[in-house]
Design a protein around this ligand. Sequence first.
Ligand code: ADP
Length: 197
Amino acid sequence: MTAEGTDLVRTPSHRLVILGRQGAGKGTQCERLSHHYGIPHISTGDMLRSAVAAGTELGRRAKAIMEAGDLVPDSLMQEIVAERLSQPDAAQGFLLDGFPRTEAQAQFLDDYLAPRALDLVINIEVPDEVVIARMLARGRADDTEEAICRRLELYEKETAPLIHFYRDKGILVSVDGYGSPDEVEQRLIEVIDSHVS
Ligand code: ADP
């Protein structure tokens, strides 16, 4: 097959970021989308929780920060994400969940990916009362009411501005996160397929 022929059958690249407040259903939907598109689900929250469970140096540094609902320092997060994105399974695409969470992280990601770029950033939107009910229901160890409030507050302050950052780049789409997991998944797939080619 010629180089051009190879190009024609190339599968679309899916370098995706999922934004959404805690409890928006990001984790559940990322698992499904990862399976659907055959790309890794990279959840910084899951990576940090595994590090805490394994008692690694990173875990020891992150534990108290996570329990308080605060943010782990950008430099540390950037190092972890760069290492993960450099692995071969992320070469054709990935779903980032929980990163970037600050404008500095978003800028870092752009620089890291250059000359390539993200294909799409999806913002899953859900109303306040749904978010709080879902978070209390899942009962994770770091889901105390105080930590939940702190994380929602930090989301508004640090992460919500990323919506503007990506909107300005013309790669942001919003999806309604209300409904059953199947309904939301269908909506996400339609949006991704219509934007990513
Ligand atoms: P949630 O889904 O509850 O928002 P995550 O599972 O994504 O939370 O992350 C859990 C915790 O891990 C966060 O509250 C924060 O302390 C830390 N964390 C995860 N990702 C990042 C990041 N990109 N920057 C800073 N801290 C992070």
